[in-house]
Design a protein around this ligand. Structure first.
Ligand code: MLT
Length: 388
């Protein structure tokens, strides 16, 4: 028998958060417990039919059966640029400022390979989507975590970062609307971040996957690209996954600084061959005609949010009412750690939650609820938790 070993970089990683949750869920389901899964942000609502129809039509065209472009069809990149113009009033050149991605996770995971050298420092606002740290480590970089604290409304305290830290940093990852805390960035926050990044020559990586899940149309989440100077220093990752219920389709995009976009494009030329063009054609349909559907989805999430927040309040569980994203960031009851609480809830009630510490140390003491099941199941889940 051969004696193979994982590479050190992989062996050193803890189990991937959402894969570990799936495993625990399967183990509990095998014992016969009725599972309600609030663990992952995977929309339960179906992709709208017109998007599926566009895929079907696209799949029938022989031209789409060959290799796609590495960086995406120009038609898809133009649809992204047009959508940014309509939604954020941001002008993008589809040729140089947009790249298509096999879901934003793929782009985020590859991006540090383009710009981080071994030993480089990468600042990561945490609690965070685990891929920022994993991607940094795969590139040989050193993650340095910046705590997001409740007293700072879960925004990075930019003034608390020393000049020395800024000087050694190659890039900084931020995510707003934030996963997992649901905090929303202000214009002033982004402006200061851009100012600092320019001063210290630091790449800003903005993960904006949740901008379309908002609850107050008068107060829509921003894209960092709306802020003056963003294109000098920033790349923004976005996705069709959460907006149009397309997590399984694997389609996303990055936009922004042309040099950063071309660096990511160069990585993609070397490691993947782009997205099936029929999926890109479906993506074009989604971006061009999806807004009325997105509006309906928001109304559904709003109802769910209100149901869960009402039930949590009744049960005496402290939580943050989200203005955006479909996550509720809640405090674990006193006397438990995040993992103990989430494990107890799973074992005893079958309700799957995400432990706050799974997103990094400052997430300890919290758990995350994902509003990705219907109202009846949400009510049932909160009632099981509060009975416990
Ligand atoms: C989450 O639950 O945090 C996300 O859905 C995971 C992902 O988007 O990959």
């Amino acid at each position: 028998m051969a004696d193979f070993k994982l590479a050190d970089r992989l062996a050193a990683l803890p189990p991937y958060l959402f894969a570990a949750i799936d495993k625990a869920k399967a183990e509990v389901a095998a014992k016969g417990l009725d599972i309600i899964s609030l663990g992952i942000g995977d929309p339960d609502l179906p992709t709208p039919d017109f998007i599926i129809d566009a895929l079907h039509k696209g799949a029938q065209k022989p031209v789409n059966h060959q290799y796609p472009s590495y960086v995406g069809m120009l038609g898809f990149r133009q649809a992204v640029a047009d959508w940014y113009k309509t939604r954020f009033n941001v002008e993008l050149d589809a040729n140089s400022e947009v790249v298509s991605l096999i879901g934003s996770k793929e782009g985020i995971a590859h991006f540090p390979l383009a710009f981080v050298n071994p030993g480089d420092t990468v600042l990561i606002a945490t609690p965070n989507y685990p891929v920022y740290g994993i991607a940094t480590e795969f590139a040989g970089g050193k993650p340095e975590y910046l705590p997001l604290l409740e007293e700072n409304d879960f925004l990075v305290d930019l003034e608390a970062i020393s000049d020395e830290t800024w000087q050694k940093a190659k890039m900084i990852f931020v995510c707003y609307p934030n996963n997992p805390t649901a905090a929303v960035a202000t214009r002033e926050f982004y402006a200061r971040l851009i100012e600092k990044a320019k001063e210290f020559n630091v790449i800003v990586v903005s993960d904006a996957a949740y901008t379309e899940i908002y609850y107050d149309p008068a107060n829509k989440p921003l894209s960092i690209m709306e802020i003056k100077g963003a294109k000098d220093v920033a790349i923004e990752f976005h996705s069709l996954s959460k907006t149009y219920n397309m997590t399984g389709w694997r389609i996303g995009m990055a936009v922004g600084n042309p040099f950063l976009i071309s660096g990511l494009g160069k990585i993609k030329e070397n490691v993947d061959s782009g997205i099936f063009q029929a999926v890109q054609e479906a993506g074009i349909a989604a971006l061009q005609h999806g807004e009325p559907h997105a509006e309906k989805f928001r109304a559904i999430y709003k109802e769910r949010r209100d149901v869960v927040c009402g039930a949590l309040t009744k049960a005496g569980i402290q939580h943050r009412v989200p203005e955006a994203s479909f996550y509720i960031w809640s405090k674990v009851p006193e006397g438990y750690s995040s993992s103990e609480f989430v494990t107890n809830v799973l074992m005893q009630t079958g309700v799957v939650l995400t432990p706050g510490n799974g997103f990094g140390a400052p997430g300890e003491g919290y758990f995350r609820i994902s509003l990705t099941v219907n109202n009846d199941l949400l009510k049932e889940a909160v009632s099981r938790i509060s009975n416990l």
